[in-house]
Design a protein around this ligand. Structure first.
Ligand code: PEP
Length: 266
């Protein structure tokens, strides 16, 4: 478990499904995941689990989680910076809150790259999420070119500063450090790099929101996380969990990532 000073942060393992699994598949998947973790006697108080299905699955997931009292958190992969109105195709934070979403991913590199989201959009979405009591999972990370030109921390640090510009000091946030070159590539960052950047991101949080918030904020690593490498990331003091893409779609692999504390040598 990640510890800073006297502050204990509950690790969070989050699965970003991206545009995979329709609403019927989501029901079967969540049932199987819950059984698998129950069989393994997973303690959700020790390692929190959250899933991020497509929008069209959220109502089904909410109904299942609520009916079966599953200890799984869930959220959306994006939200609109607006509350309502003429924004065709957009989904408001108010709608997500109505569906009992706890979290929302903001600023994923696929949104930044494929949908031209800027730091300003990300900041507006963070404000919108907090307004609706959703915990934003703020994604930051450098491209391979950024890494070569500026090293690993400069871009994530500047993205996080921008994302937190309008945030209240009482905010409950999660930060995900996701090097763009590591996402879906099979080539994860080293745990040392993840730790180095996470430590600097914690300083940014402390400067923007104060030391108390910095101490309690979970900073996740994301980028080609698997059952075979999660334990090494989780040994780092500033890495408090993982945002998992591809491997979160495989029940056996994802539940093994969640149960990283049982792996040999942790
Ligand atoms: C992601 O898309 O957030 C991600 C980390 O993907 P993957 O685990 O597949 O690299």
């Amino acid at each position: 478990m990640a510890v800073t000073g006297s502050t204990r942060r509950t690790p969070l393992i989050a699965g970003n499904w991206k545009m995979n699994l329709d609403h019927l598949q989501s029901i079967a998947f969540v049932q199987k995941l819950a059984w698998s973790l129950k069989d393994a006697r997973h303690d959700f108080d020790t390692v929190e689990v959250a899933i991020f299905p497509p929008y069209t699955d959220l109502r089904s997931v909410q109904t299942l989680v609520s009916a079966d009292k599953l200890p799984l958190a869930f959220g959306a992969q994006d939200l609109s910076e607006h509350d309502s109105g003429a924004f065709t195709g957009e989904i408001s934070g108010a709608f997500l809150a109505q569906l009992e979403c706890q979290y929302v991913i903001i600023g994923h590199s696929e949104r930044r790259t494929l949908h031209s989201e800027t730091d300003a959009h990300v900041a507006a979405k963070v404000t919108a999420a907090l307004k609706h009591n959703l915990v934003p999972v703020i994604c930051v990370g450098e491209t391979a070119a950024d890494l070569e030109e500026h090293g690993p921390s400069a871009v994530p640090v500047s993205q996080l500063r921008a994302a937190l510009a309008g945030v209240d000091t009482a905010a409950d946030i999660v930060v995900a450090y996701e090097p763009v070159w590591a996402i879906g590539s099979g080539q994860a960052a080293t745990p040392e790099q993840a730790e180095q950047v996470a430590a600097q991101l914690r300083v940014v949080i402390s400067e923007a929101l104060g030391q108390d918030v910095a101490d309690k904020t979970r900073i996740l690593y994301g980028g080609s996380v698997k059952a075979s490498n999660i334990a090494a990331f989780m040994r780092e003091p500033n890495v408090d969990g993982a945002l998992v893409g591809g491997a979160s779609l495989d029940i056996h692999e994802f539940s093994s990532i969640i149960r990283y504390q049982k792996h040999v040598g942790v």
